[in-house]
Design a protein around this ligand. Sequence first.
Ligand code: ACO
Length: 428
Amino acid sequence: MARDSLTITDNRTGKSYEVPVEAGTIRAVDLRQIKAGADDFGLMSYDPAFINTASTRSAITEVDGERGILLYRGYPIEQLCEQGTYLEIAYLILNGELPTAAQLEAWTHEVLHHTFVHENIKELMQAFRYDAHPMGMFISTVAALSSFYPEASDVESAENRRYLITRLIAKVPTIAAFSYRHNRGLPYVYPNNNLSYCGNFLSMIFKMSEPEYRVNRTLEQALDILFIMHADHEQNCSTNAMRAIGSSRVDPFSALAGAAAALYGPLHGGANEAVLRMLAQIGDVRQVPAFIERVKSGEGRLMGFGHRVYKNYDPRARLIKRVAEQVFEVTGRNPLIDIAVELERIALQDDYFVSRKLYPNVDFYSGIIYQVMGLPVDLFPVLFAIPRTVGWLAQWEEMIMDPEQKIARPRQIYTGPAQRDYVPLKKR
Ligand code: ACO
């Protein structure tokens, strides 16, 4: 009779242990009973970079990397992008269910009417160097917001958490847009609460002297879809940072600043920038075969290809390609798309990429769209942080409410010197 357990024999002692298996997982702490001797601390598991360790249970996002499937609360990303809107999907991610019409109206009103930031926040941002990187400004300003909400530290109150979550989702586009305007030496544009979440963001980015910015529907919808696609992606580097920092019960502004800092790194939210540089460097469709050969011979990587989890086509990459064509009808074609499409065509026929299961990821096409919309490369990580805010907050709240979670505190394998006596300076 099969049992949901694992029998482990410790060859150091000859003893056998039986540990339960649940959801294809054993609990690392069950290994602790396995000891080589009376003084032994007990067996630990060693897993740098969490390659094979589940750090939490989560009911928010499911990624099936082998089959190329991404679900938010069970709904396929394709259906959400085609039929939903960003704030509707944000509600779903936070609450677990799609909103009714009345719930969506109330939620939309709540978010769109808290988009303004305190004037002191604006002054704080104005103090940055004239060409400060927008992401550095974004991270610092989100952290500074905690000092404007003294009640932010009360993370145990569900009501207070909802208040803080709404404020953050409402204000991140404003902070993002102010950081861009600052970096360009342009006056900051205040939010327009009559516009949609994405329409208002475009207005705060692009508005000049006109009394009211006229939002282009196609670009607004394209941005909305890109925001839905970037809303959550289970336990990635920045989400793990959000949960780990939040586990100390610090306020969500401080935790979210830490998550955004993790996103800033080139191995995480910075790959779309690398793709643009690579496409510009290739420069011409005719150079693609030679570039592919260079990648195969080990001279650099095909940026925007490959993923730790997806060993199949990233479903977001397929959607983004379609959005790109719609955006080009308004903006004109970005010539880099032809190079990208040719790279993809050749790579997907080439045994090097096929055998390693290397497919385009979300970053392969997103930068091409942002660029043609007139958004600069150094804004790309900020454009990722705005929609990911909802994912970070949903994961943060799930962590706070999870009775199994405690302050995140891994073990280590100590490799330093054994205990020794201090040597006075004169004797060294
Ligand atoms: N181009 C060429 N070869 C590649 C690429 C690539 N983009 N990605 C992986 N490979 C090769 C590796 O050389 C390796 O080959 P080998 O077995 O002969 O040594 C094999 O494929 C496996 O690669 P790993 O590096 O072990 O895969 P890992 O899961 O650690 O890396 C990663 C995933 C970092 C995304 C990688 O595929 C990569 O560097 N891609 C390019 C950067 C990129 O697009 N990053 C964005 C990811 S999406 C996001 O974060 C939002």
